[in-house]
Design a protein around this ligand. Sequence first.
Ligand SMILES: *Cc1c(COP(=O)(O)O)cnc(C)c1O
Length: 388
Amino acid sequence: MKIEYSKKIKQLPPYLFAEIDRLKEEYKSKGNEVISVGIGDPDLPTPDVIIDALNSAARDSRNHQYPSYDGLLVFRQKISDWFIKRYNVTLSPQDEILSLIGSKEGIGHFPFAFVDRDDHVLVPDPGYPVYRSGTIFAEGIPYYMPLLKENNFLPDLSAIPNDVKKSAKLMFLNYPNNPTSAVADESFFKSVVEFAKENNIIVAHDAAYNELYFDDNKPLSFLQIEGAMDIAVEFHSLSKTFNMTGWRIGFAAGNKDIIKGLGRIKSNLDSGIFQAVQYAAIAALENYEQLNRTNREIFQKRRDYACKRLDKLGWKYLKPQATFYLWIETIKGYDSKKMATKFLQDEGIVVTPGVGFGQAGEGYIRMALTVDVKILEKVFNKIENIKW
Ligand SMILES: *Cc1c(COP(=O)(O)O)cnc(C)c1O
């Protein structure tokens, strides 16, 4: 039998990094060292206090059975306490918070609750690929909103055509932004609330990097904006905040009817998060101030070091106020794939070509600060050797 994939699967774009993966293997097979600054996965270990909480909760047999769909109420209560302290936003633990198996899971499933065939979904370009794939699986049509330098990497809402506005059900946004590292200000968020209300569009704001900020410039929660609770949910993740990418835990917060819709999809597809992991997440939030400060200090040192070296090279980039990404303009005569290939072929350094995040990402490469300063030093020394 010939195995036929669904139209949805076929509609997903081809794997852009296949060529890079091939070159990486080739470079390695010659006995050379490859250093990756391509992946947004922190190299730092999860703090002990979180691991200890997991250990003791894992030994409690009450946590061995199916967890509740919405998440332990004590976990959601802890999120609600944290949210008031951090953002001064009051959320009901019962119906305005939903735990997720990582925010990727929530984002990927989200369109199933609100999008029908051929509805539009507004998706940032460049952007985290899950906004697009979630839309395609729900048979929606992604409408790409370019994030351009001249607009501070914010979408131009006035450029969205009327017919798209009419058939759009959802808008995905993500600030602090992966991959550009841009941060949104209050006036932009206010204009999004207004736009969403005018056009009956649900806003799904991905706040995965809200706690990874520098110089005490705390990013806003979208839910702080007046009226946002009428039209929005916000996706939060413990992954980047507490170096917990492998643990798979996050949450959605916001409008209760929107949360309910996502909860209905999830209760049909998954069975919640291992409760011991939820207790570990409680320990993380209880120690947020201290753990988060330590983490931000480490990433800020890396950012400062990398920016100094980029300045020395004379390259153009946005100095990040948040996230662990550097969004660097490609060198004259090189597109993003060609530049990434050159990095790899000449010096064994893996970076991500901007076009991998969407057409509007062309003209940039992304470097992730997920290695320590010593390795960054080596990376930049190698970069200085490249003859362009
Ligand atoms: C890493 C990342 C996520 C996924 O986080 P998980 O909670 O680990 O699933 C979501 N959005 C963006 C933009 C990310 O970079």
